[in-house]
Design a protein. Structure first.
Length: 248
């Protein structure tokens, strides 16, 4: 997990991608941030990857070529999350082994709303499941590391409740995962609103996954209220708010 590289760091960024053999880059963008950057820097501002099919960029010792732009294996998410998919091939001077990288840009990130629409959050969860078999994924935000942190935390929590669905109501477990993540990457989730978005996404995923389980469905309102209402999160929210800047 990292943040959007600036122009001076493009060569270092691709050197890291090539060295670590990253096979998937998940870039999270918000249209409001993009519009702001377009106003400040112009819509033709530099990007670290070749946008159009057939375009090539020499970045430091690495050549990055866009061999395919389109839906290919991501038709569902192109519509649901405005995902733009690119197949990139990276080569390095003096190294005969090219690296194939799938670049996915989520352009429809719904983080600005605390209560996101179920279809969007379910699509995000489904995309994370689809990418489970990818060996090395780099996730980055176009403006800091807040949204990337939400994605990483969401996947961590999904893995927990897939093993034990009742853990969805364990507020201490959830806040513990958040603290662990923030200790590894400072400020990766920048507001309580983003944490709440992650929790609401997890709720929709849980309900969808266990929709045929009547017992879990009957437990849900009580359990969710205890965990996310007046339960363990209330004190944590105050602590979190005091230490973190508030973003919408």
């Amino acid at each position: 997990m990292t943040q959007d590289p600036v122009a001076d760091d493009y060569a270092t960024f691709w050197a890291m991608i090539f060295q670590e053999r990253v096979t998937c880059i998940l870039m999270i963008e918000d249209k409001h941030d993009r519009e702001r950057k377009d106003q400040e820097q112009g819509p033709t501002r530099a990007k670290y990857y070749p946008e159009t099919e057939g375009e090539k960029k020499q970045i430091g010792r690495h050549k990055v070529e866009n061999q395919l732009t389109g839906k290919f294996m991501f038709e569902h998410w192109v519509t649901a999350l405005s995902v733009s998919a690119r197949h990139l091939v990276v080569t390095k001077d003096g190294d005969p082994a090219p690296l194939a990288v799938t670049h996915l840009l989520i352009d429809g990130w719904p983080i600005l709303t605390r209560e996101s629409k179920p279809k969007l959050t379910l699509s995000l969860c489904e995309l994370l499941i689809y990418l489970e078999d990818v060996k090395t994924i780099l996730i980055h935000d176009d403006d800091g590391a807040n949204r990337a942190g939400v994605v990483v935390l969401l996947k961590m929590l999904m893995d927990v409740i897939d093993i034990d669905p009742v853990k969805i109501w364990d507020g201490a477990m959830m806040t513990g995962k958040l603290r662990t993540l923030r200790s590894q990457r400072a400020r990766c989730i920048g507001s309580c609103g983003q944490f709440q978005f992650c929790c609401s996404s997890l709720k929709y995923y849980h309900l969808h996954r266990y929709e045929d389980n009547e017992r879990l469905q009957s437990w849900w309102p009580v359990g969710f209220h205890a965990a996310f209402g007046l339960g363990p999160f209330s004190g944590f929210d105050e602590e979190f708010s005091a230490r973190c800047p508030q973003r919408p």
